[in-house]
Design a protein around this ligand. Sequence first.
Ligand code: N7H
Length: 595
Amino acid sequence: MNERPGVSRRQLLISGGLAAAVPLRAMEGAGDPGARPDQAAREMAYTVPAGTAAAGAGQAPEEPYLDGDEIQGNVVPGFMKPYMGVVALSSGDVARAKGWLAGVAPRITTLAQAMQSRAQVRAHRGLGPERLHQLGSVPPGMSDVWLNVALSSGGLSRLLSGGEHAGDGGWFTHQGFQRGRAARASLLGDPVDPSAEGNPANWVFGGPGREADVLVILAADCEKAGARTLDEVRAEAAASGLTVLYEESGHKLGANGNEHFGFQDGISQPGVRGRLAGFPGGYITPRTIDPSSRPDAWLYGLPGQYLVWPGEFVFGYPRSGADPLIPGQVNLPGPAWSRNGSYLVFRRLRQDVAGFRAFLAESAQALSARPGFAGVTPEWVGARLVGRWPSGAPVARLPDADDAALGVDRLANNAFGFAADAVEDPLVAGLKAGYWPEAKADPVGLTCPQAAHIRKVNAREAAGDLGGRRASFSRRILRRSLPFGSPLGEASGPGPDDGNRGLLFACYQASIEDQFELLANGWMGSSMRPRSPGGFAMMIGQNGMPGEDRMRSCTVFGRGAAAATLVTMKDFVVPTGGGYFFSPSISALKEVIAV
Ligand code: N7H
């Protein structure tokens, strides 16, 4: 009997010992969405389990309480709404701009407010394969409109000038923030040719002379309500002498949250450790693995979702330490009032969808003529470049074909690693994942290439160029992006508004250099890192060299470990605007910046 730990018990039961190549859910019939846990069981996932020191379970770490009324809600837990509006402003007259900010501050959505609503949505949709039937739906009557604000280093200096805190901007220790996004463009591999679309000189905002002081981010369940609030914010800002440099709206594409290349985005987020006082469950990130059955359950939120100490994202909290269960040093890389704040990176990334599709089609055609690659499709190539199929199903668990039910199953779609065979996760009572083959160890990248987007930006439990698992924890970012522009039709040619679609990429972290910039340049823009010379992140990465040297290549493997190299000179993702910002606490905004 095959008892490999990488094969789920259910698989052994059904296949009589042979690991089935097809997901077992498919065998069980499409009509069975899996056991639907009741509401109470789902809510249990947020609850601090009693009796945490059950036999062999170890001890639950003491996690800090986060200031729910101070931290802006898009930092933690994240807005995650289907509509996102962005307005970039320059400040004009300082006293009037302060007056405007003072008016906006009470309307800012906090962590505590966003948590309540997010928990309701999760309880409504479930976490397992049953989500397939609830995609995009929200509890009856829910219609939130949320607002957050962030300031650039230049904006902060201007607003603080002449007051008690003038010069405090110098206390922010990170050069990336101090100097701003445009100044870091060449370091990030953005095109250096001044005539190139991606050169900061040509950005819609954020380039030299068009750097924003303030970025407002809105989110809503209903687009109309969100757009109405955007109109109000813009009008109020203009009435206070601020100038609108840029404004755009983003929308989920379809209920599953796909982006323009066709993949579900926003699946793998670090689990933020910490508690919220007064929140019914206690934890910021729900816990789903049963600590009495698995000694390392305390490492995870959802299966495969490592928990990371909040100081990696929010100023004033402990960072990761040498032991993932023991808090590291408190991280406050700014003035005292920067506690409960976070750095925000915003990038307007235009996507060349027609170009990307053509590349997938050409690559599939060329590959299929080679031994080991017979029959590969454009979809197969795309899945190798991302590391997931369009539905979000990881190739590590389903190497040969997509399955939408795994793509949406949050109890299974992130449960895989690269260094060792995965084992089935024992879930807390009431939660049930679908049945899928467990991921096999893939140290060389035979299944999920080293250059796959998800492997370039998260080495997971495997060691990389900066060390072991802990190094990955300190590189995580909280992604809060949504696509802009309308989708390109199925036809391969460009649509009427070609060029005006892409991603409003936003992420929060405590160090722009060590997190966003390291991922973008150090890993995606390198052919060698974080691990082994597997190539560039072809879909998104850039190679900052001029001319012919901008070529990117990567290695993919077919059957029997047949290797092939894909090559392109095209940038499928082009930066067209953006900035580096600081998202202050509510009290810093009211008592330091807006006074
Ligand atoms: Fe990426 N895409 O939709 O194709 N991203 N990304 N990203 N990305 C991820 O887990 C995409 C970009 C990360 O932990 C998925 O959400 C696109 C930048 C990280 O497994 C997909 C663009 C940076 C992860 C995409 C873009 C990152 C991640 C898989 C630009 C950082 C989590 C689904 C247009 C510098 C990895 C998911 C993990 C995942 C897409 C940009 C970072 C499908 C289209 C610039 C950390």
